[in-house]
Design a protein around this ligand. Sequence first.
Ligand code: BJ8
Length: 424
Amino acid sequence: MADYREMWKELNMDLDTHDILCEVLPVAFGDVFLSQENRPESMDYFNMVVAEIHGIRPAELIEFQKKGGKVVGSFCIHVPDEVVLAAGAIATGLCSGSQFWVPGGEKVLPTATCPLIKASLGARFDRTCPFFRIADLFVGETTCDGKKKAWEILAQDAPMYIMDIPQMKREKDFIKWNEEIRDYMKKLEELTGNKITEESLREAIITLNNKRRALQRLNAFRKLENVPISGRDVLLITQIAFYDDLTRFTAQVNRLCDELEERAKNNVSVFEKGSKRILLTGTPLSIPNWKLHQIIETNGGMVVCEEMCTGNRYSECLVDESGKNMDEMIDNLTHRYLGNINCACFTPNTERVDDIIRLVKEYNADGVIDINLKFCNLYDVEGSLVEKALKEANIPVLGIETDYTDSDSEQLKTRIGAFMEMLD
Ligand code: BJ8
């Protein structure tokens, strides 16, 4: 693993963390990923991108900034990356998925806050994640109460911009979201000094759709009877999608898919016969949260689909590319980024249940595991509706609440193991 101490020093970051990361990350990564048998060779690229997460991509972003470019970080898939790209800036995801950052977050937030929020603020305040030092603008949204309040605290230390997401999907909510997107465009124009033109927005829509198309192509292999790639690997790739260079990432996913096509022709599977096909739903699994996938896939299961923001919800729907002028393109972004994302922040949110049942059929899942990050009330409350609907549809379901620690791993193994047996 390369040494990025100099870069970290320039960013005024905690060097002890750099050294700990160099030690801990390869071990954790090796346990979950390199221990797998018969991984596709094209995973090499993604291995490298994640192994050097604290250096390679941050160094590229810094290079871009030296040439006058701006980097925009966000925390939610409702925030349209097309706007950032069309303004000539780079978008990067900032959601944090490790317990490593949680204690830092607990210095400024109540303990009873979801770990995703605590880790994100901890990463900034403790100076332990380069992405959180590099971003020129932090874009929050009003999806849940914890985030809304956390942005006020983050704003004491970082340049924040908030998008006010409607909580319903009525006509007037689409009008409001359309205005929010227009305001965001103005903000990005101010930040970058670049005008968003019809041409740049059209190009951004196509570029981001191409990334989604590549991910759709990848996910389609998981519908096969012989699944040629593990759920862990697909999760890793989806997590990397949030921060890697867009065009390079898309090309690498397509390269991997070419390899998977060969495997599919030869009926190669990375799972043992009889492994149970599991669909995961619930709160997002931000990098490097691989805990559930690892437990499921080492206890007789295979994850074939994630109905979550770090899964299908991220890539399943494209932005309509037929917009002929600025107004039509903004309408299409509005529709995609409000209408096609079924987050638990909406009421009602029955489309999410419809999505899960549809995806169970499409991916031929044997059962569903509904994951809730501790202290996420939105997904916790909605979980009972999801589980009731699945039971009515005769789809086996297991509800799990967890956090970023490993303290419940043994208990989860027992419960998930019993669920797999039950599916038998
Ligand atoms: S569209 S899921 S990325 S808000 S932070 S709601 S876990 S208490 S992340 Fe999300 Fe956008 Fe929705 Fe997706 Fe709960 Fe935690 Fe809130 Fe969270």
